[in-house]
Write a protein that binds this ligand. Structure first.
Ligand code: HEM
Length: 291
């Protein structure tokens, strides 16, 4: 059979092909291996270049790269969820949030690999980082901005790269996922203040008593606001999963560094502890005290 894999096949053609190969895999291609081409494996697998002979460095380098890719996937899905809320499609937003949970669960599992490093193994390649730190990950920063943790000062770490900087400024200036959720509550007639509906989105969000009250209404009247109630709990799931990733980061850093300062210039574990204390979608956490 002559069909080429990288041309879309009909289901019938696929069945015929399986028949002719007696159910076995295709081993010859007219040209490029189609999986390698689709995944860009050659480019992707050429990027793992440890700088030392340390047995721990491939784990650190590859896990960092995997996390970078997952930050990218999370950013895409968070932005998609936000856009779905903007058009009042809460059902589709919940569907995307369901996938996002698994992205964060997978991100958290990655710390298991890094927690097998001993301080001595980490020390064998740590110097290679120089002043490099995950703190400088622009994909992570973009993900934080689109989720709602806006901090214009932190975008400055990327002012040397015009394209990245423009993208971060764009993310800063547009509504976040949480902004979209509050706008949805407002459209549904819940008592969300007007300044949550239109404002300078690049200014860090400050929690408001009236928003706690709006979420409390959703929880108390959950039969009336069924989809908003499900959304609220799905957002708390997400915030919970991100907090878990951050807590595991802190634990891993603490077991490798103790109280040493970070390569990125912070106090290290102390600084990460403050990061781990931050909560996305703050009023959803505050509401719990009132229920
Ligand atoms: C396993 C060894 C690791 C240690 C000891 C460690 C330690 C630290 C420390 C001390 C900081 C604070 C900034 C600084 O002074 O450097 C930091 C920030 C950060 N690290 Fe790691 N890290 C590790 C692995 C990773 C990996 C694999 C990633 C994934 C890309 C990562 C992502 C980040 C991010 C995104 C921040 C900034 C957090 C924020 O601003 O909210 N780290 N890390």
């Amino acid at each position: 059979m002559e069909a080429r894999l990288n041309e879309p096949l009909t289901e019938d053609a696929r069945n015929l092909r399986a028949l002719s190969s007696e159910g076995g895999p295709i081993l010859e291609f007219g040209g490029e291996n189609p999986f390698v081409s689709y995944v860009a494996s050659n480019a992707l697998l050429s990027l793992q270049n440890p700088r030392t002979e340390s047995a721990g460095e491939p784990s650190f380098l590859i896990t960092s790269q995997v996390m970078e890719l997952q930050f990218k996937l999370a950013s895409i899905e968070v932005a998609r969820t936000r856009d779905l809320l903007d058009v009042d499609d809460v059902g589709a937003a919940l569907w995307t949030l369901r996938r996002l949970r698994h992205v964060y669960s997978s991100l958290s599992s990655s710390w298991d690999v890094l927690s097998t490093l001993s301080p001595a193994e980490y020390g064998e390649f740590r110097d290679q980082l120089g002043e490099g730190s995950g703190f400088q990950s622009y994909m992570y920063r973009e993900m934080e901005f689109v989720l709602g943790n806006k901090n214009p000062a932190l975008a400055e770490a990327h002012s040397g790269d015009a394209q990245v900087y423009r993208r971060l400024q764009q993310r800063l200036s547009e509504p976040s996922l949480y902004d979209a959720a509050l706008r949805l509550l407002w459209r549904r007639g819940l008592p969300v203040p007007d300044d949550c509906v239109e404002r300078d989105w690049s200014v860090p969000y400050l929690e408001q008593e009236a928003v706690v009250e709006a979420w409390r209404t959703v929880y108390v009247e959950r039969d009336k606001h069924r989809d908003l109630y499900l959304l609220a709990e799905a957002l708390v799931d997400l915030a919970h999963d991100i907090a878990r990733w951050r807590s595991l980061h802190l634990l891993t850093a603490e077991r490798l560094l103790g109280a040493k300062v970070g390569t990125g210039g912070t106090t290290g574990a102390d600084w990460l502890r403050r990061v781990a204390d931050h909560r996305f979608f703050p009023e959803l956490w505050m509401t719990r005290t009132r229920l």
